[in-house]
Design a protein around this ligand. Structure first.
Ligand SMILES: Nc1ncnc2c1ncn2[C@@H]1O[C@H](COP(=O)(O)OP(=O)(O)OP(=O)(O)O)[C@@H](O)[C@H]1O
Ligand SMILES: [Mg+2]
Length: 453
């Protein structure tokens, strides 16, 4: 990009690029085999293939209550793989993610936090028949009462390619039309029972008077044909947690916006399970078990793990994907002298998981990931600079550290007023400025931590 942006906002922009923004999918072919590098994923072929098969089973809806563990050393791409799975699942399957330590920091008990995450991961598609008026707005005419007070009244003329009708408007409808900024040439639908107005787009016939605001323009579409009044089945996609909150009398649906949902009573949840079950039996609703991703799962404690054990067995359970970089270690919260456990997960939970093992990256893979990251951050690097960065990743054992040096090196290059790409000297400068974990640890060991508190 050749556009000049002021330097400070440039830095902000770079910081806003998430560390996984290059991940767009699992990069598998139709046979679910991993390509060497595709959709932002590099290497880890068997893990990606396993994840792809897992996703297929989730989509088939026959995997609820199962759990998979992504296990591997730091930086091998566990979080990246989980996000790639989310993208492969598609928009119809709910995906919720949380970092295990979050459950300790919320203003609710840790098991309630987990329960809410579980229920956010179960989608409910509710089908509803609605009567709609759908067409292109020809004219809106609003009559102000002569006295200046009293309710507004008006008329709206709507058409399809086959017919045109005039409808009377009450003051509520007039307000909603104004709120939705509806004008002649818009294609809208009006829900007859609720009066809800939805702007679908703008008629092609009006395509010349495009907006000058510079924002994305309206969506142009053809004027609908047939009857103005139609019956349609609309599908509302919600999740169980949303239904819980709306129905919990003390919270109300406004809590959904503030995020301050507090704890929800078990009775409310039971009622809702019952009602959703009824809807399902009557064919009004479909339950879609989604995916709950718990990153750094070793941060959970024994109580949380036993909750997970139980919750996975309930009738309405999502698929749970967990990730950890721990080897053999203590389970948090276990009593003194408790036995060590693989991945910091109690054996009885471990027993019911399938495990996807992540392999350490080869140097070529490290280089490929770093190249993707440089691309993503729009930083141009010489091949030698990329080699230097790859060596840093391999030597420090931290791909993440090396990736973080990209933006620092690019900053250093600009400071020396370089016009060309980032070079080795800039990478070296960034490496000198910012210490990685192992250097910091060895500094503390050498100095005995003198001067630190
Ligand atoms: N195979 C891969 N393909 C593409 N990008 C990857 C791959 N592996 C890692 N990355 C990228 O490298 C960085 C570190 O990876 P990630 O955070 O996924 O590691 P992790 O296994 O979750 O590590 P940790 O155990 O420390 O949480 C991220 O920016 C990630 O997107
Ligand atoms: Mg991670």
């Amino acid at each position: 990009m050749a556009t000049k942006i002021p330097e400070s906002s440039d830095i902000l922009r770079v910081e806003r690029i998430g560390v996984h923004s290059h991940i767009r999918g699992l990069g598998l072919n139709e046979k679910l085999e991993a390509r060497e590098e595709a959709q932002g994923m590099v290497g880890q072929k068997s893990a990606r293939r396993a994840a792809g098969i897992f996703v297929k089973m989730v989509q088939a809806g026959r995997h609820a209550g199962r759990a998979v563990l992504l296990a591997g050393p730091p930086g091998t791409g566990k979080t990246a793989l989980a996000l790639a799975m989310a993208q492969t699942l598609g928009p119809d399957v709910p995906f919720t993610s949380l970092v295990a330590s979050e459950v300790f920091s919320l203003e609710m008990s840790k098991t309630e936090a987990l329960m809410q995450a579980f229920r956010k991961s179960i989608g409910v598609r509710i089908r509803e028949e609605v009567e709609l008026i759908r067409g292109e707005v020809v004219e809106i005419q609003i009559d102000r009462p002569a006295s200046g007070v009293g309710p507004k009244v008006g008329k709206i003329t709507m058409k399809t390619t086959d017919m045109e009708t005039i409808y009377d408007l009450g003051s509520k409808m007039i307000d909603s039309l104004a709120r939705e900024k509806i004008s002649a040439g818009d294609i809208i639908s009006i829900d007859k029972s609720t009066g809800k107005i939805t702007k679908l787009g703008r008629s092609y016939a009006r395509a010349r008077d495009f907006s000058v605001s510079g924002t994305a323009g309206p969506k142009y579409m053809a004027c609908p044909d047939g009857e103005l009044q139609t019956r349609e089945t609309v599908v509302h996609s919600v999740n169980l947690h949303e239904i819980d909150v709306i129905n919990s009398r003390t919270q109300g649906f406004l809590a959904l916006f503030s995020g301050d949902t507090g704890e929800i009573k078990p009775e409310v949840r039971e009622q809702i399970n019952q009602r959703v079950g009824d809807w399902r039996d009557e064919g009004k609703a479909e339950v879609v078990p989604g995916v709950l991703f718990i990153d750094e799962v070793h941060m959970l404690d024994v109580e949380c793990f036993s909750f997970l054990n139980r919750a996975l067995e309930s009738e309405l359970a999502p698929v749970v994907v967990m990730a950890t970089n721990r080897g053999v270690t203590h389970v948090r919260g276990a009593e003194e002298g408790a036995v060590l456990s693989a991945h910091g997960i109690p054996p009885d939970l471990l027993e019911r998981l399938v495990i996807i093992l992540m392999q350490p990256h080869s140097e070529a893979e490290l280089r490929a990931v770093l190249a993707l990251r440089a691309d993503e951050e729009e930083v141009d690097m010489t091949p030698a600079a990329l080699d230097a960065l790859t060596r840093i990743a391999a030597d420090t054992g931290s791909l993440r550290y090396a990736a973080q040096l990209i933006s620092t090196a690019s900053f250093a290059a600009r400071r020396r007023a370089a016009v060309g790409p980032v070079d080795v000297q800039d990478v070296e400068r960034a490496y000198a400025l910012f210490s990685d974990r192992s250097r910091s640890v060895s500094y503390l060991q050498q100095t005995g931590g003198a001067g630190f508190l």
